[in-house]
Design a protein around this ligand. Structure first.
Ligand code: 5RP
Length: 230
């Protein structure tokens, strides 16, 4: 199977999981990226089962609305039974690197409210140790260079994310992203806590404090369901 087919496979499984476990009339949390897009497409046929969705990006909100989903603000809701999203890497403990699509801040906020974080990914995302995928860090633009120096002092390489026209990539929140190369993240929670404390860091794309509860991983031999102790 191709990577795209694996994404569609796990997205369909995730839709079946949500339909089976989430009470009718609930609001569901929806992530960002190509795998999350497959999930949006897969769950659209039963949208009337849900009150609506809270989304982690402008792009996902637009896709949900195009399918006729009601998109709610996080401030409008009291609880979220599930948040479904992809990952750039996931380790054996359910800690993830996220933010390859630039939506890490809203992803972390929505995930923090959800009872269950359901990660959907193809098997290329499974790693023993996080860090081969450059770690996205959303920063306030005026802090970009200062934060870059601190990253270099850790022995890693800060790379400002740019768009095709060469200008800095700007997040939905009006900030910039530094992609950190050259990390081998033995203790994801410790690094998340450390980087979170740096002035100017908005969000670090490490999801260790709030990792996945469950992962549906698309492999060549089918969908593997992995649960994590939390
Ligand atoms: C976006 C994300 C995505 O979940 C992550 O980049 C995986 O994306 P894809 O499903 O396209 O491989 O964190 O900010």
């Amino acid at each position: 199977m191709t990577q795209d087919e694996l994404k569609q496979l796990v997205a369909a499984e995730a839709a079946a999981y949500v339909n089976a476990h989430v009470p009718e009339g609930s609001v569901i949390g929806v992530g960002t990226g190509t795998t999350a897009n497959c999930f949006i497409d897969a769950i659209a046929s039963v949208k009337s089962r849900y009150r609506g969705a809270v989304s982690s990006s402008v792009a996902s909100s637009a896709r949900l609305q195009a399918h006729g989903f009601k998109v709610l603000e996080l401030n409008e809701i009291e609880s979220l039974p599930v948040y479904v999203d992809g990952a750039d890497e996931i380790d054996p403990h359910g800690a993830m690197i996220k933010g390859g699509g630039g939506a890490l801040t809203r992803e972390k906020i929505v995930a923090s409210v959800a009872d269950v974080f359901l990660c959907i990914a193809d098997e290329s995302k499974r790693v023993g140790v996080l860090g081969t995928f450059p770690l996205p860090v959303e920063v306030i633009p005026m802090a970009r260079t200062a934060i870059g120096r601190r990253i270099a002092a850790l022995g890693a390489v800060p790379v400002l994310r740019v768009q095709q026209d060469g200008l800095p990539f700007v997040t939905d929140n009006g900030n910039e992203i530094i992609d950190v190369k050259g990390l081998k993240i033995a203790d994801p929670l410790a690094l998340e806590v450390e980087l979170n404390a740096w002035p100017g860091v908005v969000t670090v794309g490490l999801f260790a404090a709030r990792g996945a509860n469950l992962c549906l991983l698309g492999t060549s031999s089918g969908v593997e369901t992995i649960t994590y102790a939390r």
